[in-house]
Design a protein around this ligand. Structure first.
Ligand SMILES: C[S@@+](CC[C@H](N)C(=O)[O-])C[C@H]1O[C@@H](n2cnc3c(N)ncnc32)[C@H](O)[C@@H]1O
Length: 404
């Protein structure tokens, strides 16, 4: 089976062909390569990517604006952000306890989440957005890749309930890729976003999930955690990344937030645009939630040895003089986990190489400061690597939706 990166490589010429077909003004000169940009093309795209990056991640002026309706910004999104969203979606879909099945991609833009779901084995994909040009681009990509994509125009801020989309209640996965933070800005936004997730959950078959992917920015991540707590209060269970029931411990401290990070080798097209736009792209970062609707049980965390404690690593390594430290989040709360290098033993070697997102079992820890310290007797075992399902799925009520 091809890896997500290999699958993505097959999309790059399609993205470029669709982008070139929609670009105004024929270019002269030799035919550009199918998987890279010609210098004049790169210059235009890099300029538009800089604008998108500033508007979506820095001053946030574009969040909720109609940037997908502007051809040059849609084009820049397609060539630079689409591949990242694709990998993020693959990385989060892989944590679901079920195959994607029938997928509804809300706020789809040109469809990276829908196509990622298709490549991950979805049985059907439906993409919805308020931007007609973004949906037309998704259809052009679907035609190029022979994916039977359905598209629908959708705008939840106009007060149109999801049920009016006419899609029915037949989805296994309802996904929101980088759109929740763009909806319902201002006062009351968390409640309205939570209500939208509840409505989306109403479209699921038993055992299905609502998947939310958001930018890895402190503010958008904290807003997502607020929505998380609202839906958990209303009976939702979190399938990933949380390993426990109850409110999110990161919300207690303004400076805390939660995001995942996976190292990637960016496709050459993305790397060259990043270089030209002065941006970095060596890792895929996102905040995310996989939610089970009210009535579905919380999945069981993996069993641990008696006396052992379970954590998800929620920081990068935080080395200091002679000591290794990470932040961990689990049933014990959100705590620092520290080990003196001189106490590293065969059984704790894994501590040297933990990645953000890994789920680990640690033994023989004791309280130290506001965290826990491991000692010479401690053992460290990675129970699930970053991006792998960490919880044991509750039994599925329906099956038979997987594509053969
Ligand atoms: C950052 S893009 C995300 C695209 C894609 N889902 C991804 O993950 O890359 C946000 C998308 O949300 C859509 N969007 C923003 N506000 C919307 C609204 N009120 N109704 C429907 N779609 C909206 C935009 O048109 C855009 O396609």
């Amino acid at each position: 089976m091809a890896s997500p990166a290999q699958d993505l490589a097959r999309w790059i010429p399609r993205l470029l062909a669709v982008w070139r077909a929609g670009r105004k003004g024929a270019r002269g000169g030799p035919k550009p390569p199918p998987d890279r940009l010609a210098p004049d093309e790169l210059k235009d795209v890099a300029r538009a990517v800089e604008r998108l990056s500033k508007g979506l991640t820095r001053d946030r002026e574009l969040a909720g604006a109609r940037y997908m309706d502007e051809q040059h910004l849609l084009g820049a999104y397609l060539l630079f952000y689409w591949p990242t969203s694709y990998l993020q979606a693959r990385g989060t879909l892989s944590e679901l306890p079920h195959r994607p099945g029938a997928v509804l991609d809300l706020g789809s833009g040109p469809g990276p989440v829908a196509f990622a779901a298709w490549d991950a084995g979805a049985s059907s994909v439906t993409a919805c957005d308020r931007s007609a040009p973004a949906l037309a681009t998704a259809r052009a990509l679907a035609a190029a890749a022979h994916v039977p994509l359905t598209t629908k125009e959708w705008n939840p801020t106009r007060g149109r309930p999801l049920s009016e989309l006419g899609t029915g209640r037949g989805f296994d996965t309802v996904a929101f890729g980088h759109v929740v933070n763009e909806l319902f800005q201002g006062e009351g936004a968390p409640e309205r976003r939570a209500a939208l997730l509840q409505e989306a959950a109403g479209l699921l078959r038993p055992g299905g999930s609502v998947l939310v992917i958001e930018p890895a920015l402190r503010d958008t991540s904290r807003h997502l955690l607020e929505v998380r707590d609202l839906v958990v209060e209303r009976g939702f269970a979190v399938r990933a990344p949380c390993l426990f029931r109850g409110p999110c411990p990161a919300r207690g401290k303004e400076s805390d937030w939660c995001h995942a990070e996976r190292a990637i080798e960016p496709p050459p097209l993305v790397a060259e645009i990043a270089r030209a736009a002065g941006l970095r792209r060596e890792a895929v970062k996102m905040s995310y939630l996989a939610l089970a609707p009210p009535g579905e049980p919380w999945a069981e965390p993996p069993p641990v040895r008696p006396g052992a404690k379970l954590f998800r690593v929620v920081s990068e390594p935080l080395p200091s003089k002679g000591r290794l430290r990470y932040m961990g989040c689990g049933p014990e709360g959100r705590l620092g986990l520290a080990l003196q290098e001189k106490h590293l033993q065969e059984g704790s070697r894994a501590f040297e190489r933990l990645l953000r997102g890994d789920v680990v079992e640690v033994t023989a820890v004791e309280p130290s400061g506001d965290g826990l310290k491991l000692g010479p007797e401690s053992e460290v075992r990675v129970v699930a690597g970053a991006g792998e399902p960490a919880t044991r799925p509750p039994p599925r009520a329906s099956s038979g939706t997987a594509r053969s």
